[in-house]
Design a protein around this ligand. Structure first.
Ligand code: NAP
Ligand code: G4F
Length: 325
């Protein structure tokens, strides 16, 4: 148990925010989260812990709101998980993506520098920064070649974190996380789109599932494992950057095969490809080398690819069954 520690999470209503908040509560943290104002609440993922966390209204676009929340919550650790995180949207809204996903990081760092530079900072960097991969597997030293406005914005966020560490001696870490999924994943991402589609097709609520690039390969892990790595980074003696990945890659086609197979269906009978879902530039393959995290953080993923797929399909079957009844 970690007593009397306070953490502030931006993006607490997202997939990772929800898992991280639970993880920190279990360790005795007082957990604060930033939520942005909306005409309807988007707190579904944190509904079970809603009464155990402190929520503050602020926005990555509004510098003063961030300063006020940091002043009010007095955190020892800040986890910057908020971002416009969906790659296709970044092609349609590149400027807004830059404001949230790139400049938003500087705004959080500035708030920390102004209010209390002893606060430890975690930045949610992404394997999407490797884009057109220059070597395989990718490590902390692999050159970056982003392939989307989102990836470009994450490169900015990554380097501004390194820069504030070097310029102002902040305890600022960047986790280069490869794709991680869960039953709480947004439905627009391919894994959840598939698990939800499989469940709905199995229960007769849907007939076909339209997908884009089936050849794309990703290093998919479980979000619950990955938030543990975020926390471990902030418990070290010195700040550093780490690749967090499983070291194994699978294609979208593989994901379909395991997901449909889990409920006794054949994916080829139900999946159709739709050219409108292809991206102007895609990341064809990603596979990370987590050796540094294994050695220095003692971090290992615990959930395998097949277990992850089955966990997501089972959760969606339960949800779809409720909907059907
Ligand atoms: P997510 O589910 O899309 O959650 C994003 C969060 O950011 C939501 O809570 C959202 O709030 C919040 N947000 C967006 N714009 C904001 C703004 N202007 N001000 C305040 N909050 C804002 O993303 P995730 O999968 O949990 O990922 C967490 C972080 O890790 C993101 O930065 C993502 O880019 C990065 N990352 C994710 C992966 C992955 O595979 N999941 C891999 C590498 C890096 P609302 O609920 O109001 O929309
Ligand atoms: O699930 P995706 O949308 O995730 P993507 O683009 O890899 O981004 C996710 O992982 C990043 C880490 O590398 C994060 F930083 C980012 O925030 C996000 O969480 O797409 C995965 C692959 C792509 O190659 C895409 O072209 O799946 C392919 N795909 C094929 N059909 C599809 C679809 N993707 C989506 N979203 N929808 C489809 O129908």
């Amino acid at each position: 148990m970690t007593k009397n520690r306070r953490a502030l999470i931006t993006g607490i209503t997202g997939q990772d925010g929800a898992y991280l908040a639970r993880f920190l509560l279990d360790r005795g943290y007082e957990v604060h989260g930033i939520v942005r104002r909306s005409s309807t609440e988007t707190f579904e993922r944190i509904s079970l812990i809603r009464d155990q966390v402190y929520l503050h209204q602020a926005d990555l676009l509004d510098q003063l709101s961030l300063v006020r929340v940091v002043e009010k919550s007095q955190p020892h650790e800040v986890y910057n998980l908020a971002a416009q995180s969906f790659v296709p949207t970044s092609f349609d809204q590149p400027l807004l993506t830059g404001e949230f996903t790139a400049l938003g990081v500087t705004r959080v760092l500035e708030a920390i520098r102004l209010v209390d530079p002893s606060i430890r900072f975690y930045q949610a960097s992404s394997s999407e920064m490797f884009g057109k991969v220059q070597e395989e597997p990718q490590t902390e030293r692999t050159p970056l070649w982003p392939r989307s406005p989102y990836g470009v914005a994450k490169v900015y966020g990554h380097w501004i974190t390194v820069n504030y560490r070097e310029s102002y001696d902040l305890f600022a870490c960047s986790g280069i996380l490869f794709n991680h999924e869960s039953p709480l994943r947004g439905k627009e991402f391919v894994t959840r789109k598939i698990s939800d589609g499989v469940a709905r097709i199995k229960l007769g609520l849907q007939k076909k599932l339209k997908l884009g690039n089936l050849d794309a390969q990703r290093d998919w892990g479980f979000a619950g494992d990955y938030v543990r790595a975020m926390w471990l980074m902030l418990q070290q003696d010195a700040p550093d950057d780490f690749v967090i990945a499983t070291g194994m890659k699978h294609s979208v086609r593989d994901f379909c095969e395991v997901a449909f197979g889990h409920v006794g269906l054949t994916w080829q009978d139900h999946v159709e490809t739709d050219a409108s879902l292809l991206r102007p530039a895609d990341v064809n393959t990603l596979c990370g080398d987590p050796s540094k995290a294994q050695q220095q953080l003692g971090w290992e993923p615990e959930v395998s690819f097949a277990e992850l797929v089955r966990m997501m399909v089972d959760a969606d079957l339960e949800r779809a069954a409720k909907e059907a009844s």
